[in-house]
Design a binder for this molecule. Structure first.
Ligand SMILES: NC(=O)c1ccc[n+]([C@@H]2O[C@H](COP(=O)([O-])OP(=O)(O)OC[C@H]3O[C@@H](n4cnc5c(N)ncnc54)[C@H](O)[C@@H]3O)[C@@H](O)[C@H]2O)c1
Ligand SMILES: [Zn+2]
Length: 362
């Protein structure tokens, strides 16, 4: 599938291993035998690079640089290693970087490519479900600073994104479910029927179809607002609180709560907030919670954690200049941006999540 926006913000191709789209794209730009450079993490170097290499089948020479997987390596130190690699190999502005991995790889790889020589072209080949439906799309790149997520970065679009569900065969189940939560978000903000199908597991054996649907929803939103001035904020649903939860739990270990798991909790909190705010009916809230709570994992949400999460939300909002603006829901499938919410209601929504996780996972 190619989006309809004339290569802007970028093209997305599905099932690229069987359709040959990647080779077609590369051959339009590089002579056979050209050396290309792949950025991956320690897992995708082992599990995904061989698949890509086999596909390229010696038409091009692939070199790679790999960093240790995990959020705690999404920092400037890893970037320095990659920049040194690019400089050692004499990478020029007419080269191409291929980011092969999950959302961390496309965030780091996109950022490194954007800064190096003030920008060299890159493409993303996402290998986690999260990256296929979210992280690799839309041009947001960057790294964390200390324990603050995504605080350094630029918006810079990949030339193209090549997706193939074949890579999911080696993805751990927990990571798969984390990405699936992000797809559920697409349903909640833009398509109620898709939301219901996803939460009823109707796409269990048709994951490529669901990926295409999520990509279409995300790309439609991004192409209306590529530089995050308004509409794109609908994609933030579940993320204001979700990011703060993710940051609070990063302190324990970088796998205690995965991104998509934090976003699930964020979506529950922000749905509750939508009802408190008077824009979502109680019936709709009940329907949403009924569907989402089946996916909850046990998370320890004590009072200290709630206080910490609240602090991170305040910090986040101070730096976004949008005060206490949230993206909330009017109904399943309909998000609204720029809703002003007070701190007391945010606390209530976190207490609700604490109660729900406690009562649901006993
Ligand atoms: N830029 C954006 O718009 C955006 C959007 C969403 C998420 N993100 C960022 O992306 C990150 C989360 O993405 P993620 O969940 O993909 O994290 P990730 O990149 O760490 O991948 C998750 C784990 O799966 C492994 N993995 C990936 N593909 C695999 C495969 N095919 N087989 C086996 N293992 C595989 C990775 O090595 C890692 O251990 C966060 O840092 C988040 O902030 C960015
Ligand atoms: Zn997300």
């Amino acid at each position: 599938m190619k989006n309809n926006h004339n290569n802007y913000p970028h093209s997305v191709y599905s099932d690229f291993l069987s359709s040959g789209k990647l080779l077609e794209y590369l051959s339009s730009r590089f002579k056979p035998g050209t050396e290309l450079h792949v950025i991956c993490d320690s897992n995708t170097a082992k599990l995904c690079f061989p698949i890509l290499k086999k596909h390229i089948n010696e038409v091009y020479f692939l070199n790679f640089v790999a960093f240790y997987e995990g959020e705690k390596h999404k920092n400037l130190k890893t970037c320095q290693t990659i920049w040194s690699y690019l400089s050692e190999f004499g990478i020029r502005k007419d080269s191409l970087i291929i980011n092969l991995g999950g959302g961390i790889t496309s965030d780091i790889g996109g950022f490194c490519a954007s800064i190096y020589l003030r920008g060299i072209p890159f493409i993303n080949i996402p290998t986690s479900l999260m990256a296929m439906v979210d992280g690799s799309l839309g041009g947001k790149t960057g790294v964390d600073l200390d324990n603050l997520k995504n605080i350094l970065g630029v918006i810079n679009f990949p030339e193209a994104v090549f997706i193939d569900a074949e890579f999911l065969k080696t993805l751990p189940r927990r990571e798969f479910h984390s990405g699936y939560n992000e797809m559920i978000k697409h349903g909640l903000i833009a398509d109620a029927e898709y939301f219901v199908h996803l939460t009823d597991n109707a796409f269990e054996n048709r994951i490529s179809e669901a990926i295409r649907k999520s990509v279409e929803i995300k790309m439609n939103i991004i192409s209306e607002d590529p530089f995050d001035k308004g509409l794109r904020r609908t994609l933030n649903f579940g993320h204001t609180i979700g990011h703060a939860i993710e940051t609070a739990f990063l302190r324990f270990s970088d796998k205690s709560v995965l991104h998509g798991e934090a976003i699930l909790l964020g979506m529950i909190a922000e749905s509750y907030l939508s009802e408190l705010h008077g824009i979502l009916s109680k019936n709709d809230l009940d329907l949403i919670i009924e569907k989402l709570k089946q996916r909850l994992l046990k998370v320890n949400f004590d009072k200290n954690v709630i206080d910490e999460i609240l602090q991170y939300i305040m910090y986040d909002k101070k730096h976004s200049s949008s005060q206490m603006n949230f993206t909330l829901l009017e109904a399943p499938g309909k998000a609204v941006v720029n809703q002003n919410v007070n701190k007391k209601d945010i606390r209530s929504s976190l207490e609700y999540v604490a109660w729900l996780t406690e009562s649901n996972t006993k």
